[in-house]
Design a binder for this molecule. Sequence first.
Ligand SMILES: NC(=O)C1=CN([C@@H]2O[C@H](COP(=O)(O)OP(=O)(O)OC[C@H]3O[C@@H](n4cnc5c(N)ncnc54)[C@H](O)[C@@H]3O)[C@@H](O)[C@H]2O)C=CC1
Ligand SMILES: O=C([O-])CC(=O)C(=O)O
Length: 330
Amino acid sequence: MVSVAILGAAGGIGQPLSLLMKLNAHVTKLNLYDIVNVPGVAADISHVATNSEVKSFLGASKLAEAVTGIDLAIIPAGVPRKPGMTRDDLFKINAGIVKGLIEAIAENSPRAFICIISNPVNSTVPIAAEVLKKRGIYDPKRLFGVTTLDVVRASRFVRDIRPDVDAATLRVPVVGGHSGNTIVPLLSLASTPLDLSETEVAELTKRIQFGGDEVVKAKDGAGSATLSMAYAGARFADSLIRAIKGETIVEPTFIALAADTEGAEQYRQLGAGALEFFAVPVELGPQGVARIVPLNGDVSSGEREAIAVAAEALATNISTGVEFVSPPTQ
Ligand SMILES: NC(=O)C1=CN([C@@H]2O[C@H](COP(=O)(O)OP(=O)(O)OC[C@H]3O[C@@H](n4cnc5c(N)ncnc54)[C@H](O)[C@@H]3O)[C@@H](O)[C@H]2O)C=CC1
Ligand SMILES: O=C([O-])CC(=O)C(=O)O
């Protein structure tokens, strides 16, 4: 029995993500919430012949009900980028949306696992943590910023220049955050040694960091990645659900390093320093974060420098999120 709520289910990500979660055999209840158009999406998806029960929740008056009795909330609610915008430009609108949704989850399903897709992830996850802290129910092992798309892109973009590599099984650890130069792919530690030239590493790193921009540009004002994100979100949610049911699965994700103080130490020394949140490879388990997984070797000097650059930007992104909920007292 796994009850999942998707908040922002009628959107570009929400619709295909809802469909993919309907196909997930572990899911028994699928609550679809949005402020527009969700009855049609839910009616449509509810005809797919799997056993889960799909319900529609339209508008703020139905939010509490949508998140009551759930095990897992996946949140793709909020505005996407248009060309010329950074993910940080979305903060103004999305910060308040995420805060409101987390408050409802905190009130009605305080032990639910929460996966945040809404951008800027580097700030929306700290917002969620702060809301949960204020309520005294914060568990850093149960809150995740979904960075799976960066990992998915890394595998796929390597395959573009190394056709002998299997994109579906290659794993490149991606650490840091989820925007531009806060995304740090550790190509030197890929699950298959890649033997890349310096130029290839530089070009691949840049492409992975700015992969989102490729889609924003191609969509030309009609939004950002939705289908690949739905795939990535469904993969992360499936991994978490299987871990809750007892499997051991590793996925990189943006979490509070307090979730595993000991495991975090290696990443702190690599450059995460005193940051509260950082994307790291996480072994998922029945309680969420089971442990932060150590890297399987030494990072290159270029990767170490990239982590330092990421850490500086992340410090600002994180405090912007924290201060949105808990403004500093003068
Ligand atoms: N973490 C990641 O890797 C990625 C994150 N994103 C982010 O995901 C978010 C959603 O993107 P899209 O689905 O393309 O946008 P969209 O505009 O197509 O859909 C967003 C949906 O959220 C709904 N919404 C707005 N306010 C809401 C509220 N208060 N409660 C519930 N639903 C609400 C809208 O009605 C809409 O249906 C954006 O912030 C985008 O930047 C996008 C791609 C990758
Ligand atoms: O680029 C964007 O704004 C959406 C996103 O996070 C991604 O595609 O990685």
